[in-house]
Design a protein around this ligand. Structure first.
Ligand SMILES: Nc1ncnc2c1ncn2[C@@H]1O[C@H](COP(=O)(O)OP(=O)(O)OP(=O)(O)O)[C@@H](O)[C@H]1O
Ligand SMILES: [Mg+2]
Length: 403
């Protein structure tokens, strides 16, 4: 082989080696890419399975539909609720599903169809009654992809028949029990008043004392019925407030006036100081007086004889704060965390004047919170307690709205 031929041969060999190296690199890349593609496909399958099993695990009947009216997903519960059996192998159209649903609903077909449009981006929640009497909660929301935009709409249907019936039964029960209790109570009270007035003949001082006790207990029972009804309203989210501008000073004065006789019975005097004149809140007068009366009655109940209960009103930023301070027995440490819970028990050994149902503070808190306020207390056992509640000042609220 000539020198020239040897040179050409070496060049070829070098190129072949380079090509071989390149091939190796390509081979590695192809293997790596197909492994990652395989992994991605695996993850996608997992995600798809997870989504559909999550949909199947829901207590709601779910139906999702694409913008062009194709059913994207439909779980078994949906079929059970609406008594729709999709044909084997799929193939149920949205139109067929809608027709079947409209025929089971007590809404007119047009109403039902108009609520079933896919192409808007509103979120809606309502209830519908089926022709067999079942009540379904209906929630619908658009399915929106961050990049693509509106993809379709999803509907959730939940059978709430049982809970609705229970709620109605409970409301009827409470209403009739409170009526059944109130009616005889009114007649007992009337009869006692007539006796005390001597309408049915002279009453001895001993008998009069008994009549008075019976009268006081009638009032207690009547307050208890009111409290139970209040608790019921709070739980059902039906505590309605008749709101209007109210001068807090006058609320405090009226409450003190109303509680004076109760205070005198227990030998406790109420006084109003630092009353922030002109301080107005947007509130329901009767309800705020109810809060004050409970705080005042508590303060009196847990004060010593000849005790003084001081009421104050002060401005704190955009809030007005009412405080009720007593120098009574205070609240035991172990009770302090539970004071706003219902039926908070008082330790044995208390004097009889300290009777109560343990509902007052929980109702007071609900009322204050419905006014967008807060209520709390500070207490040193053996030294006394200060209860305070804060409400947004009316002017500040207006400024907030304007600003
Ligand atoms: N000023 C106070 N001093 C000491 N203890 C108090 C005071 N205020 C409330 N408590 C304690 O908190 C408990 C709950 O008060 P709450 O007003 O809710 O119920 P109540 O007064 O016992 O009954 P009700 O108000 O329903 O007639 C009381 O039973 C008492 O133990
Ligand atoms: Mg009370």
């Amino acid at each position: 082989m000539s020198q020239w031929e040897e040179h050409v041969d070496r060049g070829r060999l070098a190129r072949i080696a380079t090509l071989e190296q390149l091939l190796e690199v390509y081979e590695r890349t192809v293997i790596e890419q197909s492994a990652s593609l395989y992994e991605e496909r695996h993850q996608l399958t997992l995600k798809k399975n997870l989504l559909s099993s999550q949909g199947e695990a829901s207590i709601d009947g779910i139906l999702s539909v694409s913008v062009d009216g194709r059913i994207l997903f439909m779980n078994r519960r949906f079929g059970e609720l609406w008594d729709i059996q999709p044909p084997v192998g799929g193939g149920l159209s949205y139109r067929d599903a809608l027709d079947a649903m409209a025929s089971s609903s007590s809404e007119s077909a047009e109403d039902f169809q108009s609520r079933a449009t896919v192409a808007d981006d509103a979120e809606r929640r309502d209830e519908l009654t089926l022709s067999d009497g079942r009540i379904l909660e209906r929630y619908t929301a658009p399915i929106i992809d961050d990049e693509v935009g509106l993809l379709g709409r999803v509907w959730h249907f939940r059978d709430v028949t049982k809970s609705k019936r229970n709620l109605r039964l409970r409301e009827e029960f409470i209403a009739s029990v409170s009526h059944e209790l109130r009616t005889p109570l009114t007649s007992i009270r009337g009869a006692l008043d007539l006796m005390a007035a001597g309408v049915v003949g002279d009453v001895s001082p001993e008998a009069l004392a008994l009549v008075k006790t019976a009268r006081t207990n009638c009032e207690r029972l009547s307050r208890l019925i009111d409290d139970v009804l209040d608790i019921e309203r709070i739980e059902a989210g039906r505590m309605l407030l008749r709101l209007g501008p109210l001068e807090l000073e006058s609320v405090a004065e009226r409450s003190i006036e109303a509680m004076k006789p109760y205070g005198s019975e227990l030998g406790v005097h109420f006084s109003l100081e630092n009353s922030a004149p002109g301080g107005v809140v947007c509130g329901d007068g009767d309800r705020l007086i109810q809060v004050m009366e409970n705080l005042l009655s508590n303060a009196a109940k847990y004060s010593h004889h000849a005790g003084e209960v001081r009421v104050g009103i002060e401005r704190r930023g955009t809030f007005l704060r009412v405080t009720v301070t007593d120098r009574g027995c205070g609240i035991p440490q172990e009770l302090q965390d539970r004071i706003f819970e219902r039926f908070t028990p008082r330790e044995a050994g208390d004097t009889p004047k300290r009777t109560g149902t343990g509902l007052g503070l929980s109702i007071a808190r609900a009322i204050v919170e419905h006014h967008r306020g807060t209520i709390d207390f500070e207490s040193t056992p053996g030294e006394g307690s200060t209860f305070y509640f804060s409400l947004p000042e009316y002017r500040a609220e207006l400024e907030d709205l304007v600003g």
